[in-house]
Ligand binder design. Structure first.
Ligand code: HEC
Length: 140
């Protein structure tokens, strides 16, 4: 019991905290996009159907982190890399979310063609929207 208490007290990652949950979503977004990139690069066999399913999944995931950016809670000791600009520049943060959603939707549309050469530029545009937001709103 004492050990459990100590462990809880020292643990920085509470699986129920919004910080922890949003990081899980981001990790899943990364895993999904990496698998798509591997296919586009030829590191994985091209499978148009699997690519489409991943594009659908990415569209779902791309909507999930934002409600989890709640006002920081001092009792939540989960480590966060979110910059203060998330809260000081909500409109810009929101615009960056829209940019991702827009590029993921376009990616999904072009994924339906099954043509990797057409998909490639839209995939890069989607990745650019990840890094553009990270530059402004995430510590590295
Ligand atoms: C609108 C802004 C925004 C967009 C767009 C965005 N991210 Fe992030 N991302 C963040 C912020 C802010 C954090 C820091 C979260 C934290 O630590 O609380 C983050 C964290 C992450 C992390 C680290 C999670 C961890 O375990 O610490 C990964 C991986 C990640 N994002 C992947 C992606 C990928 C892949 C995309 C595009 C498909 C993307 N993100 C798009 C804002 C964004």
């Amino acid at each position: 019991m004492l050990i459990t208490l100590l462990f809880t007290a020292c643990s920085h990652e509470d699986p129920n905290s919004p910080v922890y949950k949003r990081k899980q979503v981001f990790k899943e977004m990364l895993r999904t996009s990496q698998s798509m990139r591997d296919m586009l690069k030829g590191a994985k066999t091209w499978d148009a159907k699997a690519f489409q399913l991943n594009a659908d999944k990415l569209q779902q995931l791309a909507q999930q982190p934002w409600p989890l950016f709640v006002t920081p809670d001092q009792n939540d000791h989960s480590k966060t890399d979110a910059k203060a600009s998330v809260w000081s520049h909500p409109q810009e943060f929101h615009a960056a979310q829209d940019k991702l959603l827009d590029s993921v939707t376009k990616l999904k549309d072009v994924a339906a063609t099954g043509d990797a050469d057409k998909i490639r530029p839209q995939f890069s545009a989607m990745e650019d929207s990840c890094s553009a937001c990270h530059k402004a709103f995430r510590e590295f």
